[in-house]
Each structure stands twice: as C-alpha cells, then as structure tokens.
Design a protein around this ligand. Structure first.
Ligand code: B12
Ligand code: SF4
Length: 393
C-alpha cells in the first residue's frame, strides 16, 4: 500500500475514532506512538531511587513495564490517550478550614471513575477493532488493550505526548479547555495510527500549585514527593501519619485537590455536570466529621459503596477523620474522639490519642495516666508519650 492511501485510511479512521470517543463521553482524545515519551523512564527510575513513592511498593515491582509501553506489550505501536472531565461546579477550596466538616477530593465524590472510564474505554476499543476489521485496507487482526490507572502505564507523559495537555508543575496533566480535572485512560493498539504532536508546556512563570501545597510536597517544580502528599498520606499510606505532617492535613479526610484547585487554567473548565456519574453525592460533598468518627465497618461499607473510597477501609477513614478532628479546634468533637481510644485498630487508637491531646488536654492527661501502661501496641504507646509533649505535631 502506498503511503498516500495509508495516510488517508489513517485520517479517516482517526477522525471517526475521535467522534466515537466524544460520543462515549471523552472530552479529549489524542494519539501517540508507543515510544513517544522516552524521557519518562529515567525520571521514573530517579523518583523511585529517591524513595519518593513511600510505601507504594507496587510502583517498583513492574517498573520496567511502567517505564515503556513496549516492555508491557511488545506488539504495541500506538497509544490512544483519552480524558474524561470531572470539573467541579463548586470551588473545592470552599470547605478549607470548616471545623466540623471533612474534605473529600473532587475525584472521589461521585461514582468510581475506574468503572466509568473503563466501561467507555472498552466500548471505544471494541469500536476500533470493528472499524479496522471493516476496513479492507487494514483487514482485521488488530490487537487492543485498555488501561485506567491500575496497570503499570505512565498515563500522564503519554497524554502529554498525545497532545491532550501538558504535565503541570503539580505533575498532573493540565488541559487548556478542562484545567486540571481530567481522568486519563489509555488504549494501546497494534495499529499504526497517525500520531498527534506533543502539547507545549503552558505553566510559564506561574508557581501557584507549588505554593498552595499545605505539606510542602514539591521539592522542585514537576517533582512530587509522595511521602509528603496529602493524597498519599490519606489514601495509600496504611500506618500512623507522620506527626510533623498532621497539622498540614487540615480537614482533608480523603485525597487533596489544593494544588489542582489553584491552577489558573481551571477558569476555562466547564463543570462536568453533563457526566452524571461524577455529580457529587451529597454525603460525600461535605461529610460531617462527627459522623465519620462514628463509622463502624458496616456503616463504612454502606456510605462508601460504589465510591473509590471503599478501597481504604473503615480504619484508615476513621484515622483520617481523627487527624481532621485534632486540627479542628472544636472541643465538642472530643466526646466523639474519646471512645476511639478503645478501638480494636492500633492506627485508630493512636490517632485518637493525638486528637484528644489537642481537643481536650485535661481529659487526655487523665486517660493517659490510666491507659498508657496497659497499651500492648508499641506504636500506640509511642503516641501516648509523644502526644504528651507540649508542641507535638
Ligand atoms: C502513583 C499515583 C499517585 C501517587 C503519586 C503521584 C505522582 N505525581 O506520581 C499519589 C498517591 C500521591 C497520587 C495522587 C494523586 N493522583 Co494519582 N496516580 C498515580 C498513578 C497510579 C501513577 C503516576 C506515576 O506514574 N507516578 C510516577 C512519577 C515518576 O510520575 P510523575 O510525577 O508523573 O513524574 C513525572 C514528572 O516528575 C516529570 N518530570 C520530572 N522532572 C521534570 C522536569 C520537567 C522540565 C518536566 C516537564 C517534567 C519533569 O517526569 C515524570 C514522568 O513524566 C497514576 C495512574 C497512572 N497509571 O499513570 C495516577 C494519576 C496520576 N492520579 C491521578 C489523580 C487524579 C490524582 C490526585 C489528583 C487525586 C487526589 N485528588 O487526591 C492526586 C494528585 C497529586 C499530585 N499532585 O500528583 C490522575 C491524574 C489525572 C491527570 N489529569 O493528570 C491519574 C493519571 C489517574 C487517572 N487515570 O486519571 N497519585
Ligand atoms: S498552577 Fe501554575 S504551575 Fe501549577 S500546573 Fe497550573 S499553570 Fe502550571
């Protein structure tokens, strides 16, 4: 086949692919060659070598595959990168400092995006296989694989290479039209599709996201130390939250959007109200801290069914709510905190100690004298000792 006819098949197919992607709810669609982001391999290795991934050991285990699509799937030729908008209607910063309310990051206030994006990706991949099969010049035999988040694929650099946005200084992909609020998904294929060029970086001299981070998680622009990131600490990290970072967490109880929310490119983003799956559920948009503190396993499962939050389990959510309670300066919450000193999970007992020390120092001193020597768990005993210090955390 001559290159002219190959080009015209390609343009016809990619134009139809973009239309189908839009019909399925993707607001952004771009194509990159599978080897289009070669610099990301070295950057990933440097990030892992620094230990910036904390205890996300799954980032290490298949890092060669993560570093290059061809290592994951040798037959891959092109990657179709897709973005689905979850731009919020309300300012995610509006609850910053609200004493009685926790903050759940925007991406987790509606249905689980893994389910929604994957379903649309699978439908688009099926469409692509079918369109290629019908095209006599291609004639079938096309391979496809779909990915959203959970596989070893570096979605952000591939999305930048496919032209749908650029990696901002906060490291997430920013789009001129949708700001920081895109979920990403990928379709890898054996088809040689016509690639789009990479997107130019538009951050300029802005550093709003770097200054907005409450826990100082950016050692440099474009570099995130996950160990200090509130998203990592509240979602991925299982043990006690390091004492020196607790105050910075404020009232974040699941994830954090502070670096995304301040990005000036968000002013062009139109709220994703059309995507009903991502409309916030009322109880997740502004959860009352006293209700979160009262959750047992069954209650947790009921409230967070169908949400990505269910993955962290009740203990981690109550741990997070206790940190937010400790930061609230709302003495009334001490009555909800104190019963959690008897919780069966050490991570909950430890966070309850810290919160009580901040909300009701007299009661804390009283409880400490009675409980400290009885405590069996070493990390919880440390909390009793540490939280007694006048400026703990
Ligand atoms: C691990 C992970 C996390 C970790 C680590 C985050 C991180 N920045 O890596 C934690 C738990 C902290 C996290 C948090 C969040 N995550 Co996350 N996460 C991932 C995951 C699974 C892998 C990311 C990865 O490969 N990290 C490895 C490091 C090395 O990559 P990187 O930070 O992008 O590193 C690049 C830069 O350092 C850059 N670089 C280095 N030096 C330089 C210099 C220059 C000049 C330039 C230009 C670039 C550059 O090069 C590296 C490679 O490109 C992806 C899904 C996926 N499979 O891709 C989702 C993903 C990135 N997460 C996502 C989301 C939504 C979030 C949160 C917003 C959730 C929340 N609200 O709490 C936060 C955002 C925090 C932040 N500012 O990053 C989305 C982002 C969508 C988008 N528009 O970009 C993704 C793509 C999931 C999805 N499918 O939609 N996440
Ligand atoms: S806030 Fe500024 S520096 Fe950060 S991603 Fe947006 S434009 Fe880039």
């Amino acid at each position: 086949m001559g290159s002219a006819s190959h080009d015209s098949i390609n343009s016809r197919l990619t134009a139809a692919l973009r239309e189908e992607a839009a019909r399925l709810g993707f607001v952004a669609c771009g194509i990159a060659r599978a080897d289009a982001a070669p610099e990301s391999a070295g950057r990933l290795r440097a990030w892992l070598a620094d230990g910036a991934h904390g205890d996300m050991l799954w980032m290490e285990t298949r890092s060669d595959e993560r570093a290059a699509p061809a290592a994951l799937w040798p037959d891959v030729r092109s990657v179709v990168m897709l973005g689905m908008s979850y731009a919020p209607k309300e300012d995610p910063m509006r609850l910053a400092g609200a004493a009685d309310t926790g903050r759940i990051s925007v991406y987790a206030q509606g249905q689980d995006y893994h389910d929604i994006v994957k379903k649309a990706l699978k439908a688009l991949a099926r469409w692509l296989v079918e369109a290629a099969r019908r095209d006599p010049a291609i004639g079938g035999g096309v391979g496809v694989k779909v990915f959203v988040d959970t596989a070893p694929v570096m979605e952000k650099p591939l999305a930048e290479a496919a032209g749908i946005g650029w990696q901002g200084k906060h490291t997430n992909l920013v789009s001129r039209r949708h700001g920081s609020w895109l979920f990403l998904g990928a379709i890898m294929t054996t088809l040689d599709l016509e690639p789009d060029g990479p997107h130019a970086n538009r951050c300029g001299s802005c550093d709003a996201c770097q200054r907005a981070c409450p826990t100082d998680a950016f050692p440099a622009p474009y570099r995130l130390d996950a160990r200090r990131c509130i998203s990592y600490l509240t979602i991925e990290h299982k043990g006690p939250i390091p004492a020196e970072l607790r105050a910075g967490i404020g009232n974040h109880v699941y994830g954090c959007d502070d670096c995304l929310a301040v990005c000036p490119w968000n002013r062009f983003a139109v709220a994703a109200a059309a995507n009903r799956a991502f409309v916030p559920r009322a109880e997740l948009a502004a959860p009352a801290l006293d209700e979160l503190l009262g959750l047992d396993d069954a209650g947790f499962r009921q409230v967070f069914a169908g949400s990505p939050i269910k993955r962290i389990g009740r203990d981690r959510m109550v741990r997070n709510a206790l940190i937010a309670a400790g930061n609230s300066a709302d003495g009334a919450l001490a009555a909800r905190v104190a019963p959690l000193l008897d919780d069966s999970a050490p991570v909950v007992r430890g966070a309850a100690i810290w919160a009580l020390a901040r909300l009701d120092p007299a009661r804390f001193a009283d409880e400490r004298d009675r409980r400290r020597t009885r405590e069996e768990d070493a990390t919880v005993r440390e909390e009793w000792a540490f939280s007694a210090l006048p400026c703990a955390g």
